[in-house]
Design a binder for this molecule. Structure first.
Ligand code: C2E
Ligand code: CA
Ligand code: CA
Ligand code: CA
Length: 281
């Protein structure tokens, strides 16, 4: 039996008999979760440390399971990909994020919204069309929407590039998530169809303590800024890490140091926060 990961295995394993039975059951569970509104989006701030303001949020899915409580995405996203449910979930995520951004815009909050999209969904038929239509339906600005993809998930780099190009031609922004952990060589880095690189947490972890990590992060920041990409450091947890990143000229910071992901209702409060002084949630 092929399983997506230890955690989804542990989560679903007990009553599993065969792979096909397992598949059917997981798919049914996820379908029910969608139909009954058990999914939620939480939002983690991205802080611009040049002017100490909240520049945007990343939407992160959670599953409020009626019996098992709150389930984190690492426990079900790979399962959803495996059973072919990721497109439907991704469309729910994107539409919900757009609805939320419309609501915040109506309250006078100006910010960008980043949404994670799985590789299979990104290259599915009509993806661009769905994205463009949904943004238009909610009367949002294309440049306020960023789609986060991981470079390693791309099976067809040329097709991938075309989709990125089409979205960017409308003004939608593309970010490479977990940057530094994929397979891109330096030769393609100067010529990516993307706007933003998000430096993976594994580099940030050692940025204040390990010379090698610090050197890597410094090189990535110099290279990215030099090539004209925006850059976000993710997984920033300490003041020491923040200081190194500030010194190195990294403009955008996301991580528990400033705030964990929060429910939508907390955002107006976070928006009014003075980020030069604060760590919030
Ligand atoms: P990711 O896109 O790399 O998102 C960052 C993850 O790191 C989030 O975990 C976030 O809560 C966590 N994080 C942020 N700052 C810190 C920090 O300072 N320290 C630590 N230890 N962790 C931090 P989360 O929400 O559990 O999401 C895990 C992964 O699940 C995401 O990684 C993403 O790959 C996937 N995911 C989440 N939401 C969605 C979604 O709506 N669609 C898809 N396709 N994938 C999603
Ligand atoms: Ca992400
Ligand atoms: Ca990431
Ligand atoms: Ca990740």
């Amino acid at each position: 039996v092929k399983l997506a990961g230890k955690q989804s295995y542990a989560f679903y394993q007990p009553e599993m008999a065969s792979e096909s039975q397992e598949r059917v059951r997981l798919e049914a569970d996820l379908r029910q979760a969608l139909a009954e509104g058990q999914f939620e989006l939480w939002y983690q701030p991205k802080i611009n440390i040049r002017d100490n303001c909240l520049m945007g949020v990343e939407a992160l899915i959670r599953w409020r399971h009626p019996e098992r409580g709150m389930i984190q995405p690492d426990l079900f996203i790979s399962t959803a990909e495996r059973v072919g449910m990721i497109k439907e979930i991704g469309e729910w995520v994107f539409a919900t994020a757009c609805t939320q951004l419309r609501e915040w815009n109506n309250m006078g909050l100006k910010l960008s919204m980043a949404v994670n999209i799985s590789g299979d969904h990104f290259i599915a038929a009509n993806f661009c069309n769905f994205i463009v239509k949904t943004i238009e339906l909610h009367q949002l600005r294309f440049q306020d929407i960023e789609i986060e993809i991981t470079e390693s998930l791309s099976r067809d780099p040329e097709e991938h590039r075309l989709i990125c190009h089409e979205l960017r031609s409308r003004g939608v922004r593309i970010a490479i998530d977990d940057f530094g952990t994929g397979y891109s060589s330096l030769s393609v880095l100067g010529n990516l169809e993307v706007d933003t690189l998000k430096i993976d947490k594994s580099f940030i972890d050692g940025v204040a303590s390990e010379p090698a990590s610090q050197l890597m992060v410094r090189a990535i920041i110099d290279l990215a800024l030099g090539l004209g990409y925006d850059i976000v450091a993710e997984g920033v947890e300490s003041a020491d890490q923040l200081e190194v990143l500030r010194e190195r000229g990294c403009p955008y910071i996301q991580g528990y140091y400033f705030s964990r992901p929060v429910e939508a209702s907390k955002m107006p409060m976070l928006f009014a926060t003075d980020w030069s002084l604060a760590r919030v949630a």
